[in-house]
Write a protein that binds this ligand. Structure first.
Ligand code: SF4
Length: 399
């Protein structure tokens, strides 16, 4: 806390606390969002206009009417000044990616696995439970635990046990799968456990030849058999089929065909366009120029402030776009989840990705479509937020 000491007119010494605008705000055309408190404010809300005036027109905080100032302080839009290190220790854990193995049975053209498959590695069930038990400390704020980064979760012989462990610790399992291993018996096992929070099937076409070409796997028959069994069962609170593609006519036709196929089922069919994985791939959306002034991340909320990504070796890294895990922020073999979430590595990443400290030129966020550009294009940021929302449409994504 930064305190200035002043002498007032009666000669008494009084302390004046320096107030500053929260440095991690997401400023959009229609709202301001605070990823540390998970609170958004809109034009209809008291204090919204004044908050924007301070942020955008550099109005001094002390020019605010006392009542509005108190409101903005209470809601933590305005905070007590502190050093950058202290402020970057904060987080609001909403999402976890807990990847228990490295294996995938496909090599989709829109996924880094297609050009650089990883060596097989499986996390033990004992370690899985150890990590889940630590994560459960945050169960009140965690909305979902995704069982994937670049693997196919159903390939793990422990897959159903992992779902069971998550539920046992009152966390919400979220499964993204290509559907090959979502067999009727596994669907039944999940139903017997009372279901999961989110199920997303990655299905880009129902045409056998195209499917095989796109994914290097002739799996459409088994996938459709599994989906035909699952589609009339409420396995998850939210069930999506995500049709990924290049945004061309073929993509639109596939989306139409798949939408019709699942029209009377529990699945919602979502359209999503591919992106280039922060420069890793030569296909998909990418920023037109490298981001020069970073202002945060909007990929299903803020990756640096609201997520933790854990690989099968129990290392934690910046986010799912970091396929090679170049930005490791901790190691759960040596540290606790709590230590990683406020450790020096993630603190630095937060300051870099929010432009509080200048990041190196080759920093991953500078190449990523999900980096919030400095006031440059609210329209573009909203577009990618919509893409993210379509891909992972959990009921309360909070943005
Ligand atoms: S690389 Fe992209 S998704 Fe990852 S933290 Fe940076 S902006 Fe967010």
């Amino acid at each position: 806390m930064s305190t200035n000491v002043h002498s007032n007119t009666t000669g008494h010494i009084e302390n004046q606390i320096n107030l500053v605008i929260e440095p991690y705000l997401h400023i959009f055309g229609d709202r301001v969002y605070n990823p540390i408190t998970n609170r958004a404010t809109f034009a209809k809300d008291r204090g919204y206009k004044e908050l924007r005036d301070i942020v955008e027109k550099n109005k001094p905080i002390n020019s605010l009417p006392q009542e509005i100032k108190s409101l903005l302080i209470n809601e933590e839009w305005i905070i007590t000044e502190s050093n950058d290190e202290e402020l970057s220790k904060r987080f609001f854990l909403k999402y976890v990616s807990l990847e228990a193995h490295t294996v995938c049975n496909q090599a989709c053209y829109f996924c880094p696995v297609s050009i650089d498959p990883r060596e097989d590695f499986f996390m033990s069930l004992e370690q899985y439970e150890n990590i889940v038990s630590q994560l459960s400390e945050y169960k009140d704020s965690i909305e979902a635990v995704f069982m994937i980064n670049y693997n196919e979760p159903t390939l793990d012989k422990n897959f159903i046990d992992q779902v069971r462990i998550l539920k046992q610790y009152e966390l919400v399992p979220a499964i993204n799968t290509n559907g090959t291993g979502l067999t009727p018996s596994r669907t039944d096992a999940i139903m017997d456990m009372g279901g999961i929070g989110y199920l997303s099937i990655n299905l880009s076409t129902m045409d056998r030849d195209m499917y095989k070409k796109d994914r290097q796997g002739d799996h459409i028959k088994v996938v459709m058999k599994n989906l035909d069994y699952a589609k009339d069962k409420e396995i998850a609170e939210a069930m999506d089929v995500v049709v990924l593609g290049k945004g061309d006519e073929t993509h639109k036709n596939d989306f139409k065909e798949i939408s019709e196929y699942f029209s009377n089922s529990y699945f919602n069919v979502k359209y999503a366009e591919i992106m280039d994985r922060a420069g890793y791939l030569n296909v998909g959306h990418k920023p037109s120029t490298p981001r020069s002034n970073l202002c945060g991340c909007e990929n299903i909320g803020s990756r640096p402030l609201q997520h933790i990504h854990i690989n099968p070796k129990s290392e934690c890294f910046i986010c799912c776009e970091d396929y090679e895990n170049n930005y490791v922020i901790g190691d759960l073999n040596k540290q606790t989840v709590k230590e990683v979430l406020s450790g020096p590595e993630i603190q630095k990443i937060r300051r870099w990705s929010y432009g509080i400290e200048e990041a190196p030129d080759n920093f991953i966020c500078k190449k990523c479509v999900f980096a919030i550009p400095e006031k440059e294009s609210f329209k573009q940021a909203s577009f990618f937020r919509r893409v993210a929302r379509n891909v992972l449409n959990i009921k309360s994504l909070g943005f």
